[in-house]
Structures are given as structure tokens and as C-alpha cells.
Design a protein. Structure first.
Lengths: 336, 613, 613, 336
């Protein structure tokens, strides 16, 4: 799909006025996406940005590409349709934790299962922003919101575990304000064949402000988030002195270099490409530090590719080439 | 009593095969009807499957039937009552005997009338021996034992032997109608190319049946002469296949690839299944996770520039209603096929009904106008599917095509059109190379917008389900704009009346009584009216395929009759719809909600009543 | 020019507060209206939220408004045009100035009319200084600087100081209407019990505004005397809260626990949110993963013996349609609340409309009759929610209750009923201890079945969405049974006409013109008709809350008028519906599809036109 | 909920004639359920058996309990409603691979996430039986069916991985004909608080006959299925000479006792009760042998319990006891 384009992020800015609340995490994500798109060497007209309904789903209006602001929850199905119809497009689905995981949960797990080559940006702010603050499937247990005045008694999904459980070939996580990391991830998604889920921890300043502050507080963030890269050691911390290591039976543990004889060499090296999901599943599930970066990226045949390949295969051997052939095939009789 | 075997010549004869669902009744019926068609008869068939779950063998719930009306003149229904009934077990006997005409012929496997089998269906005695069947010509044959005997020396196992009982019965039917065996011979030889012994066994069974007939004394056989049929090449086709092909023909005409997003549901699954086979002509099928994804993927495909379709039945249409509105708001072409079945809720999944009409017209939030078209015979599903595609693509609108379980499963010979002879389809795809694209600018003199799709340079734009600003297509909450757009959407649909043919009336162009039908009841209504007209009754008949908008001369037609009798298979939905549009006409209704087509007899009685009043 | 400050006495006055969505306009409006109600006025309010996404500060898209009509006699709408407009920034000015009556009062924060702010809304010059506003009484006050000044020495930070601008404006409005400050004082003291400094700051701001008014020269203030109000205890209530409480009252009356399964959607989310608070009276709320799960969990709860409800808006109703049919087929009680908004598709989510009527009546597969009821004012949402519950529980049927964005968000004082005074509700729960239970046996003389729920001994049975056998409730594909059941379901709904009050007509009981409305347009229509009748015009008016079935005397009423003018906020859905039922009446329609209520003026003009014709 | 009942499986047989095809796996499952119900010591009237639509969903008609044959895909939501309305009931959801994982996928993952105390029997026959043979979300890649005449190009879900990814507190697997094992599992489900997913590999003799024959063929089945129990070694094979062992990094491997120095002591002991899902996730994903038995069973607060507890808590402190209290609370004024 690559050609010689010469874009800057401005080429991807539409003329529509950005209407998110000042301080909303969506704004930084928009910037990262515009910047990344400019670096993808794809002609602008080949981008299709498809969203559902939600604050985040306003996204296509701000992108100077083909855009479709559809209906609540259906972005995954509609994006699957766009990509299957025309695999030549670069299809980006923009969705929220409500849009993708509440009403759209079924389309979400099925686009993952089919491995449609769609790039999904899941804006996870742990709340329904657009409808003004009801809890979502990723709100914390006990969280008080407009619809849970006494605290919700529902357990949240971990979108990474859910995605991998549904068979995701690619899962990444990022934090809204980590624009540069996010650009890296966006570029990796574009390169990946098959579904690419990118969960972005996004701050809703109005209805769920500080939901991720444990991970993002300027003071302490380096000790509570880790950005991992395929082939590199899993190391983090303000002083780069912490890391992840295999635990004896199952699981991963956080260790400190220098303590209990742990050296940097003992740390796990990230392998995003092993087919077994076990490592990825654990990384996705880790609570502290929260794991960002490309957690899983494996090659599985894409649905859209396979659909068109099958059509070509059938056509190459079939005697029926068009409707006249078809209609006159089989048992017919002629009255003269 | 006659000593010679007389032959009864008839204009048309109805034959029904019935047996257990494991008995191969559908194959038997298909062979009989195709052979008859090839011999030059008009043929209309109606397969009558058992309820969706396999009932235990030999029970009423498990009876499978296949009814065929063959004739030498124009026939339009599979017939109400049957002239010849072929039954393979007591359940089939019990379920069907009341449809056999007095004087008709009953062919029955007397071996199957064992005490055990009789008991399964609650028959205390054997009707073949203990009831007075003298009103019928009964051929009570030992079909099971004949089958065993004939196939004893063939190289097939016992289980398979018993599976050939239907072929013995078919042979008897072939004899009864002096059918040519060659078509069926060829069929089996081709089908079992690699297992010639199976082909031979089947053919042996057929011949055994045929010969059994030859040897019968005192039995009348039937003769139906060749029909006077329009020149051309024909095939049998059922409504679902015809619908699939009609959509494909529209795609080919429009120069677009077809995309079908669908979720299986009785009685619409065949459309998905046939389309999945049609990768040869390039169709993309997307078997979605549910109906909502079925239509949503199709809307995505339409956004991406394909000829997009989705197929379903009533409960599925209900689920799609929110998404249909997205297609209405975004003015994207899309065909939604609804093969109606008995409702409400899961209802009667395998039975036919016309009760999704109001849902199709109005079953969505907001003012959401949509064209609605209804096919009226198995074969014209092709035509109306094609037209649904044409209207959708030329007007940039979703279109609902209604068929029903009756025409979807029924077959009729169909004169195969040549693609060259079908009307052209002009899509609204924007030509590449223009400098600007205004998504909601109307093409001059119309309410139709142009279609720019991802991949086209310089036409990048955003579309969506929020109210659109006229011309530019931005988002707008402006009060006046909303009203303007609401009426633009409405007018776009109303304008279609200029693209469709005028409504025609059979019979006098004015008078006392106009019989009105729509959709799948055509064959029955036409036959009833024709028969009454032969009885010199002064009635007219008009049948609607275009439901929204109605043909432009509809009001004019209605104004010429004193009374308008609307016949439909629901509690009166078309009747209600017509009342909303034509307050000045005298509409009355005749309805049936039995999951089962009208019979000619009941229609005639009802119509007569209105003439007499 | 007067030298004294005159006081204008008025029957009713409309005041509107407008500012940026961050300016606390809703709180300001609520305080003003509650204070007025407590001082004995009739009050109707209408909050006008910005479109769903927060627009950048100071833009038109971000304007929030709150309109209040206070009066000393029966008032039914928040008013069209306003007497007093309070605006806190240029965007609010631009968006609302055309609603201010000539001679009306404009209170404005002149500090906010900076070049930057003016530019944001495309104003090239400052209207306060450069336009001729002499048609209005303009109070152009330095509200921002006053706020800063007054609060400079209080212990709150700068950001919070500016948040109190609205309170200065409120103080000015209180002065203009000589309102008593004590209610608001109490409110703040209670609310900020733990932060008395915040309470004091707010009160200081209010007083500053009030005193500013006192010191103004040459300014007319308003006086609205106490209304003659029926004795009783009152509160302000909006439609969504009233709906929630009405459902809860029905549950309490029926002796059942309430279960609400729902998914948030504008403008219905308040119902879920209020119900979630109502754990105190035992309500179970289930915030479902989508609308389908919302209704499905409710159907499950109904099967389990709860008073089950689900709440949504148009797109959600579309999604629920398949499941509604399950409740129809299984004859389980259920209330479905649809707070209508502008459609189709996502449409105009924050605007009002009445365009889900046909969807409610017919938006389902198969023949699927359902009672439909529409509330017509914020406060009578309570009454009709209660009645919807009563009808559902007493008739074993789902019921659709329609409200709309206008009445859902608007408030009206409501005379609080005592639970003892509400009608009783008799559920159809089967008494324990009987020997057998036939799920589809009808209670004698009715079409209503009894309700046995899991946990009851000996009544184990299976229910479901397939067609039911009459009486026993087994599964049946029988043709005649299906017809019987179809008409039983229909008759059950029709029979409800005997349980509802007769329709009443305001004005002459026969004549030339009958104005007809339904649902949320009541206030506007009534006011328009009353005003015309005061002008001695000969018109009558009737307003429908019971939509299906209609009151039994509807046809009789219609037959007494030469012309029937149906006014509604869609393209004519009630009009179409009435035509299906009453072919002999002369219906005409007046519609508005602007996401915005009728104005009294446009209604009066239209009605006059019909009288003159 | 236990009382002294004295049932046999016959007490749970309804009078309706069983209408599945002769040889259908559903028949054996029905027998297991009737037998297990009789052993649960729960009064018959407290059972609510809720199904969607499909061959399998006919199940409630054959059970002499309260039953609800609802609409396609909604069994999970309806069962959640029943249980949340009345936690005192024993709620059993009967569903197919189409009903639960295609159209009903969203309700399925959400009832799991909420941990509603519903017992789910997922009849997985890898096909849509009732609609006569289209592929399902668990059909094998490449499988030819009525709707995939050239072979499906979709990748199947593994219902175990999906369930665990969605947060399941209980997951078990069984094979239709293993009636006794299935009875054990059913009894364990009843004891479990919270969602209990039981995937049953079920043979559809008509449209997908032999889908599991690799696991179930009389000759070889002992070498391709393992039934695991909490606290017991993971051992299987005709000669009880095979087992599962930890692999060095992540994962589980099949070993033969006696080969490469492996002894029975090296085999893994099943722990269904560890909170970490990693072991369970791997067991659920194992292809050969297929793992049957209770794979995961951990205690997490149930939704229905928490909902009613919260109501009680609020009620115990609230001054508002009834509607009169509510309506007259807050700001009111009286006109006299
Ligand atoms: C069918 C339907 N149901 C409900 C809604 C209301 N609705 C709009 S957005 C939304 C949730 C938004 O949450 P999320 O997807 O997390 O997006 P955010 O606003 O937080 O970015 C809801 C419930 C709708 N528009 N349509
Ligand atoms: C809304 C709706 N869509 C589709 C159908 C048709 N339908 C009935 S059952 C079924 C699938 C059945 O598959 P599964 O759940 O695996 O059950 P099985 O028959 O295999 O036991 C389908 C597609 C329906 N009844 N309702
Ligand atoms: S409400 Fe929250 S998510 Fe929505 S725009 Fe504002 S800050 Fe962002
Ligand atoms: S079709 Fe398959 S699943 Fe359905 S009853 Fe028959 S064997 Fe069982
Ligand atoms: Mg969100
Ligand atoms: Mg299945």
C-alpha cells in the first residue's frame, strides 16, 4: 500500500473544530494519530476512519480522511465490512470502552476472532463520557458514577485479557499523554497484518478525572508503568532498576535489580511474536506496573485476505464466469 | 368397473408426495417436477418441510411433503387440494388425507402401516383395511417389500435399501402420469458417477415402481398435455435462489462487486448459502455474528463502494431496524431482503405470513422513509431483487425487499432472461478528477446525492448518523435544517414513483369490486379471480409489488371501484397502510393468519360474498 | 422616562438564563424556579442543554440555557418568547437574543464581551455598545469584575471565584422579581455544610447582585403574584424523575419489587440514574451491556415475578423490538419507556420529537399488538408511568410509555399524591396451593392469563417465543391455533379500552374545528387554544394520552366536528394512525420537525387559518 | 437452598416428547442433567431453565421445572435477569455455540464479567443445527458447511479461553457421552457461587457428525482426552502412562511416564482454585489431549448477591422507607 507521500500531521487535520473538553485525553491521541498517519506513506484517500458513538467516536470528524461516524457499538462490524469490501484500504476503528466493550462487545470479539485487518483504537476512560458519566465495563469495582450512586458492584473487563482470550493477533496498550510511544505503536499496527487492538488509557477530565493517576502521576509514573519492546529486556523505574522476571511456577514477578541477587540478565526479554499467548496474557493482566507497548504481535491469516483469495481461487477454476453462464447452467429446457 | 385402463386427460393435476423427513420426499418431488417441466408442462411446487427440529421418525411432526401442480395452461399456485397423494407412512397419511380430492388417487406403502407405526400417530385401526376409502382410487402397494426384493442382490447395505422406497413410489407416479424416465436416469448417473452401483439401485427401484403400475388392473392414469409456453430457455427456480441471482444480476449490471452480510435464519438462510456458492461470479459473503453485524458489515461495504445487501426474516429485520436508519441517514445504497415467516417473536419459523409489512414501512425510530418492494412468485423474486438493487443504487437509499416463506421455498419454471435484456443500472458513483465533493449536494432535479468512496482522490469526507447539514453533510442541530432534511429524505423516496411502472388491473377497469393483493399471494388470488371470471363474475384484480411508493396511478384506479377487497396473510396491514394514504376509498379486508397460503376455494367464497352483498 | 422604579405586574413572566456550559446555568435556573415555586407561583421550566459534546468555551455550540415561566395562573409551557434574558457571554447573547420580546429586559455581563469572546462567535462588533438595543431594557453590568471584587477577600481560589458569576446574575434576577433569598441561602448552607466558606462566598455573590439591582436607577422590575393553586403539598419535578417515581409507585401498589434493566441513552439516562438511587425503596437496577440486554434482563425478571421495566430512547427502542415481541408472545408484564428524541438514526440526540409513534405501534415482526400510552407533561409522567404499570400487570402484557425530551427534562410543580389515593393494582399472580396451572388459560371473561413464577410449587411450566397452544401453552405450528392466538393477543389489548377513562374535549362538544394533540405537546396546544378561545374563536381541543387502544368514545367525538386538525412533532404519524382507524373523518395535520416544541404563536396562526378557510 | 428432597431423574422429565435426532449428543446431556438435578437437594420449583434458540435450546421443554425458551442469543441476558431478580432460584442457562457465541456473544461475556450466579451449559457442536448446518464461531477453519461451500476462512473461538479472558470464575469442559463425568461437573456447578460455564462437546449427527471423533473414538479416546480434578495429578492414557507437566518457560507439555526419566511425581497437580488464570488458560487451550473436568473454580463476589446486599445496606440506613417518604422528601411546599 506504500507510495511516496510527503505528509505532515497537518495534512490529516480536518477543518472541523475540535470539540472535546479542554484537557481531555482524546486531544493528545488525535495528535499522535495525525502524526503517525503522516509517516505511513499511504495516500490520504486510502484511509478510512470508522467510529461508533461516544466522545471518542467524534474522532473521524477531525481527520481529513474518509470518515464514518456510525452508530453506537457497531464500529467493529462496520469497519469489518469496509475492510472486507476493500482490503486495499487502511481501516482504523475508533471506539470507546462503552462503544467497544458494552454495546459493541460482540462485534469486538468477532472481529478479533476473524482477524480482520482493522486497526482498533480503544479509548478506555473507564466511563461513558458522552452520556455524562455512567459506569462502563471497565469502571473500577466500587466506583461511584451517575448510574452507580452507591458504587458499582460489577467487575471490570481487562481489555487485553478479553482480546487475547478472543484470539487477538495483536494487542498493545498506551497512555493518552505518551504521544511518542503511541506513535510507535500506531506505526506497528499499520505494519501488522490482521486485527490490531490498541487500548489507550485515556483520561476523562470531567467524569472520571484521575482514573489512571496511579500510573500517570508525574512523580511516580516511572515506577508504575513499563513500556516494553520486542527483543528488549523488561526494565522500568525512575532509576531503571526494576524489571519483570519469570516466577517459579506460572506468572511474572516484579524484581529490583541488585536485590536478592537479581541482575539485569535475569530479566525477561520481551517476545511479542511467540504464538503462545501465555506470556502476553500475563503482561496484559499485570496491575503494577501497567504494561504499555506492543504486548502481542503474531502472524495469523487475515480474514479479508482469505475471503478475496478464496474468491480468486474459485474463479480461476470455475466454468461460470458471469450471470449468463450461471443462469443457463445446470438443468434447463428450451421451448421453441 | 372398467376393464381397460382408462386415461384421464386433465388441464392440470396436483400431486403430493409425503413421508417421513428421512424418506427423501424432497428429492422425489424435485425429480417429478423437473421431469414434468422438461416434458413441457407448467409446474409450480411447494415443499412443506417439517417443523425445524427433527421429530422422532414416523410422527406427525416429522412429516415432509412436496406438492406439485402440473398443467398445460398458465398455473400460478401449487394447488389447494390434491388429485394424487403418495404417502409412505401412516403419519403422512394422517397429516394429508384431508387434502385429497374426492375421486383422487391415493398411492400408499401398505407395508408401513404396521401397528407400531399406526400407534405413533394415534390411529387405533388401519385405515387402509378398516376405513371406507371407496371415494378414492387407492393403490395400496407393498412398497417396502418391493424395494427390498428388487435391491436384494444389489451391492448396497440394508439401511440404504430402505432409503430407496421413495424411488419405487416415484416410479409408480411416473407410470401414473406416463412420465419419461430419461431425465431422472441421467440425474442419478451424473450424481453417482463414482458409485454407479448406487445409481443403478435407484434406477432399478424406479423401474420396479413403474412396472408395478403397468401391471395394475383397473387403474386410471393421468394425462396432462404439453403447455403452450412462451418460447425461451427455462429452468425451475425457487424464490430464494431467484432473489440471490437477481441481486447478483443487479451487481453485474451496475458494474459493482456484490457484498452480502447476513446471519442464518429460517426461511432466509438459502440466500446466504446460495450467495456463498457464488464466489464464481465474485460475490463476497460475510456470515456475521448476528443480524446487526449482518447489516452493519453491509453498510460498511456500501460506504466502501460495493453493492451491499443483507438478508433475513422478521425477527432479524427487527434487529436490523436501528442500522437501517443509519443507511437512511447516510443515504447509502443497500438492499435488505426480508423473507417473511409467521410471527410475532420466534412464532412459526417454518410457516409463511405477510406480517412484516408495517415493520418494513415504519419499524424505526424517527421519520425514516424507505422504499419497500414485494415479490409475488418464486420466479419474479429475480426481477424484484434486481429492481430493488436498481432503485437502491440509483437513488442512494436502502430498499426493503419483502418475500415470504411460501414463494421463497416454492418453485416455478422461469424463463431465463439474458443479461443484455435487463434494464441498465446507473450508479451515483462520483467521477474521479473533480475538484470538490459535497456529500449532500443533490443531483439537479432530484433528491439524490453522489457517492464518493474511500480510495477516490480528493473526495475525503465524513458521513454519519447525526443529522446532516444540507449540501455539505456536516453535523447540524439546527431546527430548520432538520426539517429540510427530513423532507428531502421523504421526497427522495416519493420521487421513486416516477421510476416504477404504472399499476395494472386484470379485468374491467372500473366496477363494483376490485380485489387487491400484494406480495406472495399473487398465484392464489389470480387463480381465484380467473376462475370467478370464468363463472362470469364481474370482478377486477390488481396486485401490488411496489409498496412504497405505490405506483402513481393507484388512487386513480381505486377511485373507479365501489368496493376494494384487500386480501392478505396477516391481520390487515396493507389495508391499514392504504387507509393512511387514501381516505376516500371503500376498503374492506379479508385476512388469514394461519401460516399457510389462502386456498382458491376460500378466496372464491369470500369474493362471491362481497359481490352478493 | 420615569424617575421612580416602577414595578410591572404580570400574569406570567418568562425568564431565561444562558451562558457557557461551564457557567452553572442549570443550577442558577433551578434555584430561581424553586424559589419562585416556594413563593407561590406556577412554574414550568425547560433546560436547554448544549449538544452532547462539550464545545470549546464560549462558542455557540457550548451554550447552556434554562428557561422558566412563572405565573399566577395555570401555565403549561415554559413560554416561547422571553421577558427577561440573562446572558453571561456573547455566545449566549447571540444564540438567544432573537427570543427576547420587544420591551423585554436583558441582563448581561458586559465584562465578558471582550474582543476575543466576540470573535469566537463571529461578532465583528460589540452589540452592547455598537447596536441599537433601545427596544429593550438593558442592564449591562460588570458581573465578572463585581464577582472578583466581592470574593477577593474570601478563602477560595481564583478559578472558583469566577465560577460564582452565575450567582451574581442570580442575585440580580432575584432583585428584578423581588424574590426571597432564604430558600437559596438554606440550599447553600445545607449543600456546603462541610465547607461553610464556599456557602458564604456564593451567598455573598448573590447579595452583591441583589444590591446592584437595588442601586439601579430607572429600571422596571417585575411582580408576579401568587397563583391560585389547589391545596396540597407540591414539589418541582421533571418528566424523567416523575416517570421513575410513577413506576416505583406502581411497584409498591402492586406489592412487587421493581426491576429496571436499562442502557444509558440521552435523554432517558436520568431514569436509570434516579432508579439506581432508589435502592432505598428496594428498586433493582441492572445497567445492561446494551439495550437488548436491558429489555432481556427485564423479561427475565418479569418471568421471575418482578415488576419489570426498561427505559430508552428511539434508537434503543429499535434495538428492543425483537425482544418486545417475546414479551408479547409470552404475555409477561413489562413497561418499556421511550423518551423520544430527534431521529432518524442518531439524529438529534438532545432535541425533542414525537417521531417514534409508529415504531411503538408497529415496529415489530408479525402481528404484535401492544398498548401504547403517552405522557403529556413533566408531572403527569408520574401518573402515566403508574398507569402503564397498572395496565401491564393487570393485563399481562408489555406496555410502551412514550415521553419525549421536552417533558423529560422540563419541570413543573407537582401536587404530590398520597400513595393511599392512587388506584389499586391487582396482579395476576397465581395463588399458591392450586392443583394445576394452565399457563394460557384465560381468566374468565377476559383474554388475560395467570402468572405463575419460579419458586411456586406445582406450577412448573415452560414458556417461550414459539406460537403457543391455546390454554396449555405448549408449542404449536397448527394453522388454526395460530389464528386463534393472534386474535386473542389482539383482543387482549383492545379490551383495555374498558379500563381507561373516556376521552374529554375542552370547549364546545361539537363544531367546525377540533384541535387534536397527543403526548408532550399538551402545554403548547392548550395554551394556544385557550388564548384563541379568549379571542372568542369557536374551537375545541382534545389531547390523547391513551394511544392504543384509544378511548372508546374517540370515534364518537371525531364524528361531531367538520374538521380535525392533528398537531404533532413529526411528519404526521398520529394522523396516519387515526386514518387507519377512522376512515370517515376529515383529518388534516399540522406538523413540525425541528427538534423543538411548537410555539404558541405558530400554533395560533395555523389554527386560525383552518377556522378562516 | 438445600432441603430434603427425594428425587430421581424421572422427576425432572417433562411430558414433552424429545425431538432431537436419534443419536444427537443432546440426549445424553439431558440424561446427565436430569440425574444431577435429582441429586442437588433443591425443590423442583426453584429450578429455572432458560434457553435461547437452537436445537439445544429446546432443552427446557424436556425438563419438568420452570422453563423459558426465549429468543436467539438472549439466554444469557434473560438468565441474568432471572437470577438478579430472584437469587434464591437455581438458574440454568442452556445455549449452543451459535446462541451463546455468535448472536449471544455479548451477553455471554458480560454475564461472565459480572459473575452472575448462573450455570451455563454451552452445547458446542461446532455448527448451527437448528437452521440446518451453517458454520458457527466454533467450526473448524476450512470446514465445509452449507454456508461455507468452499470451506470457512474464519478462525474458531476456544470457548474456554474466551470465558477466562472475560474473567470467568468457573470453567469446565465435558463430552456429551461422558455422562458420569458430566454429572460430577453439574454438581460442582451448583455448588459454585458465581457464573459457571460448562462447555460440552456435543455431536450433531446430522450436520457435523464426528466433529470430535479424534477425541471420542472408542479405540483412541483415552489417549486424547484427560479428565482433571482439583488436587489430583494430571494423568491420562489408556495405560494411565501419560500426563501433563510444566514446560520450562511458559506452558504445559504432554509427557510419558517412564520416558526421559519422567515419573508420576513430576506431573502437575491440578489446582482449579488458584486465582491466577494462567494455568487454567493453558489447560483450556490444550489441543491434544483435550482437557475435560473442572478447569477453573475460584471465588469472586457474585453480582446478584452484591446487588441485593447493596439494596439492604442502603435500606438499613436510609430514612426513606417507601414512596410516601420519597415523594415528600427534599424541597416541597404546601399550599393551604
Ligand atoms: C443505541 C444507542 N444506545 C445508547 C446510546 C447512548 N450512548 C452514546 S455514547 C454512549 C457511551 C459512550 O461511552 P464510550 O464508548 O466509553 O465513549 P466515551 O464517550 O467515553 O468516549 C452511550 C451509552 C446511543 N447513542 N445509541
Ligand atoms: C434473531 C434470530 N436470528 C436467527 C435465528 C435463526 N437461528 C435459530 S437457531 C440458530 C443457530 C443455532 O445454532 P446453535 O446455537 O449452535 O444451536 P444448535 O442448533 O447447534 O444446538 C439460528 C441462526 C433466529 N431464530 N432468530
Ligand atoms: S466528557 Fe470526558 S471523554 Fe468526553 S470530551 Fe469531555 S473529558 Fe473527554
Ligand atoms: S440437527 Fe444435530 S444438533 Fe440438532 S437435533 Fe439433530 S443431531 Fe442434534
Ligand atoms: Mg468511555
Ligand atoms: Mg450449535
Amino acid at each position: 500500500m506504500e507510495t511516496n507521500t510527503n505528509y505532515t500531521f497537518k495534512d490529516f487535520k480536518s477543518s472541523a473544530e475540535v470539540r472535546w473538553c479542554p484537557g481531555c485525553g482524546d486531544i493528545a491521541i488525535l495528535k499522535a494519530v495525525q502524526t503517525a498517519f503522516a509517516q505511513m506513506n499511504i495516500p490520504k484517500e486510502k484511509f478510512a476512519v470508522i467510529s461508533g458513538i461516544g466522545c471518542s467516536s467524534r474522532f473521524p470528524y477531525y481527520m481529513n480522511t474518509y470518515g464514518f461516524h456510525t452508530i453506537h457499538g457497531r464500529a467493529g462490524a462496520i469497519a469489518s465490512g469496509v475492510k472486507t469490501a476493500n482490503p486495499d484500504l487502511s481501516v482504523w476503528q475508533i471506539t470507546g470502552d462503552g462503544d467497544a466493550l458494552a454495546i459493541g462487545g460482540n462485534h469486538f470479539i468477532h472481529e478479533i476472532r476473524r482477524n480482520v485487518d482493522v486497526n482498533v483504537l480503544l479509548f478506555n476512560n473507564g466511563i461513558y463520557g458522552l452520556t455524562k458519566g455512567q459506569y462502563s465495563p471497565t469502571s473500577k469495582y466500587g466506583q461511584k458514577t451517575k448510574s452507580s450512586p452507591y458504587g458499582t458492584v460489577e467487575h471490570p473487563f481487562n481489555p487485553g485479557e478479553l482480546s487475547i482470550g478472543a484470539g487477538a493477533s495483536f494487542f498493545a496498550r498506551g497512555i493518552d499523554v505518551n504521544v511518542n510511544d503511541n506513535i510507535d505503536i500506531l506505526l506497528a499496527m499499520e505494519k501488522h497484518h490482521g486485527i490490531a487492538i490498541f487500548e489507550i488509557l485515556q483520561n476523562c477530565v470531567i467524569f472520571n478525572d484521575g482514573a489512571y493517576s496511579y500510573y500517570t502521576d508525574r512523580e511516580t509514573k516511572d515506577d508504575h508503568q513499563i513500556f516494553i519492546k520486542h527483543g528488549e529486556k523488561m526494565i522500568f523505574g525512575k532509576n531503571k532498576d526494576k524489571g519483570l522476571m519469570l516466577d517459579k511456577n506460572f506468572g511474572i514477578k516484579v524484581v529490583k535489580i541488585g536485590e536478592n541477587g537479581v541482575t539485569e540478565n535475569d530479566l525477561l526479554v520481551h517476545d511479542a511474536k511467540i504464538m503462545s499467548p501465555i506470556l502476553h496474557y500475563q503482561l496484559a493482566g499485570l496491575k503494577d506496573p501497567v504494561v504499555t507497548g506492543v504486548i502481542r504481535s503474531v502472524e495469523i491469516e487475515c480474514y479479508d485476505y482469505a475471503v478475496h483469495k478464496q474468491i480468486k481461487d474459485v474463479q480461476s477454476t470455475s466454468k461460470i464466469k458471469n450471470m449468463n453462464d450461471l443462469m443457463f447452467s445446470g438443468t434447463t429446457w428450451t421451448v421453441e | 368397473m372398467e376393464t381397460q385402463k382408462p386415461i384421464i386427460e386433465k388441464e392440470h393435476v396436483v400431486i403430493k408426495f409425503a413421508g417421513d423427513s428421512g424418506d427423501g420426499i424432497q428429492l422425489t418431488g424435485t425429480q417429478f417436477s423437473e421431469t414434468s417441466a422438461l416434458m413441457g408442462n407448467e409446474v409450480v411446487t411447494f415443499p412443506d418441510y417439517p417443523a425445524e427440529i427433527r421429530a422422532p421418525k414416523g410422527t406427525i411432526g416429522g412429516v415432509s411433503g412436496f406438492q406439485i401442480n402440473i398443467g398445460q395452461s398458465d398455473i400460478n399456485t401449487p394447488g389447494d387440494y390434491v388429485d394424487v397423494l403418495v404417502v409412505l407412512n401412516p403419519a403422512a397419511y394422517k397429516a394429508n388425507m384431508h387434502w385429497l380430492k374426492t375421486g383422487g388417487t391415493l398411492i400408499v406403502d401398505k407395508d408401513a402401516f404396521t401397528d407400531k407405526n399406526l400407534e405413533k400417530v394415534g390411529l387405533l385401526k388401519n385405515p387402509l383395511t378398516d376405513e371406507d376409502l371407496s371415494a378414492y382410487q387407492v393403490i395400496s402397494a407393498p412398497i417396502t417389500s418391493m424395494t427390498q426384493e428388487v435391491l436384494a442382490d444389489k451391492e448396497i447395505d440394508r439401511k440404504d435399501i430402505l432409503r430407496s422406497r421413495n424411488m419405487v413410489a416415484l416410479g409408480m407416479a411416473y407410470w401414473l402420469f406416463q412420465r419419461d424416465l430419461s431425465y431422472t436416469e441421467e440425474y442419478f448417473r451424473e450424481k453417482f458417477k463414482k458409485k454407479p452401483e448406487v445409481a443403478e439401485a435407484n434406477l432399478a427401484a424406479i423401474k420396479a415402481g413403474y412396472n408395478y403400475g403397468e401391471n395394475l388392473q383397473f387403474v386410471r392414469s393421468y394425462k396432462v398435455n404439453r403447455a403452450k409456453i412462451e418460447k425461451g430457455t427455462y429452468r425451475n427456480i425457487n424464490g430464494n435462489i431467484a432473489t440471490t441471482w437477481g441481486l447478483l444480476a443487479a451487481a453485474e449490471k451496475a458494474g459493482l462487486q456484490l457484498f452480502l452480510g447476513s446471519y442464518p435464519i429460517t426461511p432466509a438462510s438459502d440466500i446466504l448459502q446460495e450467495m456463498a456458492k457464488r464466489k464464481d461470479v465474485g460475490a463476497i459473503t460475510f456470515q456475521a455474528e448476528d443480524e446487526i453485524a449482518g447489516i452493519s458489515t453491509a453498510i460498511g461495504a456500501s460506504f466502501a463502494g460495493k453493492f451491499a445487501c443483507t438478508s433475513t426474516s422478521g425477527p432479524g429485520l427487527a434487529l436490523k431496524s436501528e442500522a437501517i436508519n443509519l443507511a437512511i441517514m447516510t443515504e447509502l445504497p443497500l438492499v435488505i431482503v426480508d423473507v417473511q415467516r409467521g410471527g410475532p417473536s420466534t412464532g412459526l419459523p417454518t410457516k409463511t405470513e405477510q406480517s412484516d409489512l408495517l415493520q418494513a414501512l415504519w419499524g424505526r425510530n424517527g421519520d425514516s422513509p424507505i422504499p419497500v418492494i414485494a415479490a409475488s412468485s418464486p420466479s419474479n423474486c429475480f426481477e424484484f431483487a434486481f429492481i430493488a438493487g436498481k432503485i437502491a443504487l440509483e437513488n442512494m437509499t436502502p430498499v426493503i425487499l419483502l418475500t415470504d416463506g411460501f414463494i421463497a421455498n416454492g418453485t416455478k419454471p422461469w424463463k431465463i432472461p439474458k443479461m443484455e435484456d435487463l434494464p441498465s443500472i446507473t450508479t451515483r458513483l462520483k467521477k474521479e478528477g473533480d475538484s470538490e465533493y459535497l456529500p449532500y449536494k443533490r443531483i439537479e432535479g432530484t433528491m439524490i446525492r453522489e457517492w464518493a468512496v474511500p480510495g477516490m482522490k480528493n473526495y475525503e469526507h465524513r458521513n454519519g448518523g447525526l443529522e446532516k447539514v444540507a449540501v455539505t453533510g456536516g453535523v447540524s442541530y439546527d431546527p430548520i435544517n432538520h426539517e429540510v432534511m427530513t423532507y428531502e429524505r421523504l421526497k427522495k423516496v416519493q420521487d421513486i414513483e416516477h421510476q416504477i411502472p404504472k399499476q395494472k388491473v386484470h379485468g374491467p377497469q372500473s366496477g363494483k369490486l376490485l380485489v387487491v393483493g400484494w406480495g406472495g399471494t399473487y398465484g392464489h388470488l389470480l387463480t381465484a379471480v380467473q376462475e370467478l371470471r370464468e363463472e362470469k363474475m364481474d370482478i377486477s384484480y390488481t396486485h401490488f409489488n411496489y409498496i412504497n411508493p405505490l405506483p402513481s396511478n393507484t388512487e386513480e384506479i381505486f377511485s373507479k371501484y365501489e368496493k376494494i377487497l384487500i386480501c392478505e396473510m396477516n391481520t390487515g396491514q396493507f389495508f391499514s397502510y392504504l387507509r393512511t394514504l387514501f381516505p376516500h376509498n371503500n376498503f374492506v379486508k379479508y385476512t388469514k393468519v394461519q401460516g399457510f397460503p389462502f386456498t382458491i376455494t376460500e378466496l372464491k367464497n369470500e369474493i362471491k360474498k362481497h359481490l352478493e352483498e
